[in-house]
Design a protein around this ligand. Sequence first.
Ligand SMILES: Nc1ncnc2c1ncn2[C@@H]1O[C@H](COP(=O)(O)OP(=O)(O)OP(=O)(O)O)[C@@H](O)[C@H]1O
Ligand SMILES: Nc1nc2c(ncn2[C@@H]2O[C@H](COP(=O)(O)O)[C@@H](O)[C@H]2O)c(=O)[nH]1
Length: 186
Amino acid sequence: MANKVLVITGATGTGKTTVQDYLVEHYPVTKVITHTTRPPRPGEVDGRDYYFETAESFEQNHYLESVRYAGYQYGSSREGLADGFNRAQFVAIVLDSKGAVTYQEQLGDEAVVLFLTVSDPESLMHRVTRRGDDRLMVKQRFASAEYQRDLTMPLALQGRAIQINNDNWSQTKVKLANLMRTLHAD
Ligand SMILES: Nc1ncnc2c1ncn2[C@@H]1O[C@H](COP(=O)(O)OP(=O)(O)OP(=O)(O)O)[C@@H](O)[C@H]1O
Ligand SMILES: Nc1nc2c(ncn2[C@@H]2O[C@H](COP(=O)(O)O)[C@@H](O)[C@H]2O)c(=O)[nH]1
């Protein structure tokens, strides 16, 4: 079986982190932790959810790709990916759609991109509010160009990424089980 990086992407609140946590808990999948200058949300822990950085410390790392998203910096390192593959054959990373395109381009068939959607984008604000996000941050994020962009699968991923509608968590779990069966059979 070949190494695979499961790149989980989609708009804010579609459930990328939920899917990643589920895969890590239920399958032999390791999480790749990325770096950000965004402040932690309630309950988030440095080194588990992200490596939380200052603007200065963010610049010290070597990134496979980095982006600006809703006013903050985010980046994923080659070392993080290599470290994940040292521990498991499948690794999962959560990226915005720009990062997902970069992974697809750089890693080719080693990357399996999952593009998450919901049928009603209005539900996304309710989801992130329920998650406990700061009100001002929610406003800023939903007003961002990145939010609008990530609602639709980028052209570069069309025909390559696997689109998963995550309206219903029970159904999503079935789709993930089918996906993992396919990957194990490869
Ligand atoms: N199918 C679902 N139905 C309802 N709520 C869900 C579903 N999947 C995830 N959620 C909830 O929606 C909220 C957002 O999920 P999550 O944090 O995984 O999204 P995300 O795509 O990683 O968001 P962000 O890009 O903002 O970090 C969480 O509170 C999560 O529990
Ligand atoms: N291209 C990258 N995108 C990343 C990285 N780490 C996270 N993300 C994406 O940023 C937005 C915002 O994340 P949030 O945790 O503040 O909600 C989201 O789409 C993440 O998937 C990264 O290293 N590179």
